[in-house]
Ligand binder design. Sequence first.
Ligand code: ZN
Length: 257
Amino acid sequence: MRTRIGMLVAAAMFAPASTGGAQAVDLGRARVIDLTHEIAVDGPAWPGSRAPFRLDTLVASPTAAMFRLTLNEHFGTHLDAPRHGSGMGWTNDQIPLSRLMGPAVVIDVTAQSAGNRDYGLSVADLAAHEREFGPIPRGAIVLLRTGWARYWGRPAYFGADTTVTPTRLHFPSLGAAAAEVLVERGIALFGVDSPSTDIGAAPSFTVHGVLARANIPSIENLADLGGLPRTGAVVVALPIKTRGGSGGPVRVVGVVP
Ligand SMILES: [Zn+2]
């Protein structure tokens, strides 16, 4: 089993021919980190979203259990298929596996976000990252660490001024100009540890559109990314394979050699 999984991850590493710096990972020695929040009734839901999650009992006895799951695609740690942000592009079932497994690049703006909850990753931040850690390779899975996972389940997570005005939110994420640079880099997948790829205060879903029109899927509501190195880890992020889905729950793991 260990050999088979090792081969799977190694295959993922070498699948995108243009990633450069591909490495094999020995799962027998690697540290595996869960980057996924639980899906639970008390999990934070996008303000104003209706009944995002239910688990109704169909069978509950001393010898058996079965529930009916009702879930908004965009609840908890979830993937946005390109169709979600653009009305075109891949749906869940169409995203190639090569986009969902690959070398991780972690960009850290926890310091900037701590001082400004409306912070958007800038082009200058990307340049600073690349000066220190090297160019972002084609096919990379770029994860943005804002530090917002520490607010999961607390009002500060969305930074809503009220519970009834979903447009007035405050949390950090990716800036639109930086999103254009990531498209130029040819990244495979983007993920963030805050509620959305657009900052909460953004007037529209510009970043959603930039990524989606480039057919780049993204992940929102990642758990704490602090256990990952800035480069050198592998990420595997496999969403539910709903036909025609605009997104859905995704289990995300980081594999640190
Ligand atoms: Zn979403």
